[in-house]
Unconditional design. Sequence first.
Length: 447
Amino acid sequence: MHRPSETFSNKAKLTAFLGAFCFFLSAVEYMLPKPLPFMRLGIANLPILIAVDILPFKWFLVLALVKVIGMSIISGTLFSYIALFSLVGTMAAALTMWGLRRAGGRHISLIGVSIAGAMVSNATQILIARYLVFRETAWLIAPLFLGMGLATGTALGLFSERFARVSQWYALAVGLPFVKEDTPAERKPGVLKAFFGRLSAYLGGKSDAGRTRRDVGRTRRDVGRARKKECKEKAAAARAIRRDRALRFFSPGPMALAGVAVMVAFLGMRSLPAKAVLLVLFALAAAALGKRFSLFVTLSVSAGIVLANLLIPSGKILGSFLGLRITQGALLEGLHRAITFEGLMYISKASIMPGLNLPGRLGTIVASAFGYYERVLEYKGTIRPGAVALDADALMMQVWEYSPEPTDSNAAHVKEPKPVDRLRKSIGIVILTLAATSSWAIAILLR
């Protein structure tokens, strides 16, 4: 077995490895609540920030592209505006961080590089949102967006500086001898929680009645959590069944091509009622294929887009609500943008399936990154709140030993598809062809 330091010259492997951590952090970030559909904390850019001193410029840009493609496949947003926001924001941040680091060298810390990348990324996304979603009202969210970029950029920069000092993996990657830093004892996780728990017990448990009320409240919360967890598990099991059924009929490649065809037809459609009907059909298709989405999020995001467009009056005045004039032109424009935004989301969710392989060298790197990503998900270690940098280094050192590239012995065990599977796939291709053709026919008739 080769030592880890001997494999850092393989830039394709190194790019795939860092891309896997972009995927993982993107998945974590996707689950966090956000006030706007394209607003992100930016933690998925952390591997790109770390790579600024590790990868050559060409591979640095490849990493940024792999990050966008991989996170779009994971979240099912490859054919949506979200992917466009991510692509432009990530590339702008990557170019800014690379240029600033090369111009300033070690005189500009990773903190400054991180802040600059976050601010440029958010600024470019605001600019795109102004033309695609919110019109002139995009400038109203600019202070919040830029303020979030400043805060998260600072936090990520501080972590990167700390990681660069204590990480063995980082030292090997940049070709430096690793010298273990004498660090103070890490704070044990749970100390503050235990302190406040004892304080709460002291203040609220002075009497038997207080303890009884606290126990009853805890029991109710536990029952509620158990019920909520049970409902989530049932919903997840139902989605898994639908996904397995879909995989028997549809292949990832033809499904993605059909999604592209439907997306182009949907974008060219001008009839608002027809677009609204297709949006419902896309949502039903995503649900039937076992894709996860939230109706509440869809409605709230759509309402926000419509409201933002109403802030700029246009056309005939239809009425007013809480002092806001509702004009016909602004309302129709807002509805059109909202339906287009959500329609692309559901097309992407319905057409992007697990196992989608991209052609060429880039597709090989993305596939390799997903191999590393699976290894990250299987990691049995812990990430302690008081020792994040050290525990992250241990994770990276362990995953780095893994080689996800397929071997001939693995390929020999691939089973030939059964005749029934071929028939189902053929039926699936016919269905996809009819769906794409119907979308184009509707778009031409109602243009």
